[in-house]
Write a new protein. Sequence first.
Length: 173
Amino acid sequence: MVAVFFIIMGLTALERLYELSVANSNRKWSILQGGFETGQSHYPFMVILHTGFLFACVVEPLLMKREFIPWLGYPMICLAIACQGLRWWCITTLGKQWNTRVIIVPGLNRINKGPYQFVPHPNYIAVAIEGLALPLIMTAYWTALGFTLLNAVLMVLRIRTENDALNRLKSMT
């Protein structure tokens, strides 16, 4: 099962790189539409946290000789897959407006369909659950705990930044 875990982590890393490619393309499009970035100061910390998380998911099981426990690992695999589904539902729903950065494009409306009709920031639900699920596939509970705590702090800042941006966008229309 260890090999399967490494495949899952490798695919997750490739998915993140693809996400960044989509985000970069959307950022370029947004700038061409007159968009501008806001709240950039937290972005480097977000990159460090998420990159460190992927490494820690692999390193902790190796260094601490963690084992796959089926009753925990299999449900965590299912949760991780479900998180990918939610993440891509968010990305496809937002289309060109989705980004890893906070970019305001004057004249665009807030998206209130897809998962956004149910909760205001559904992608962060996926991030939070995945932050527990991925490491717990191989019982990397220190990684799960550390990421969850650090991510909670970052998400408070990020959601405030996004809400401020949405309020600015609303006042521009």
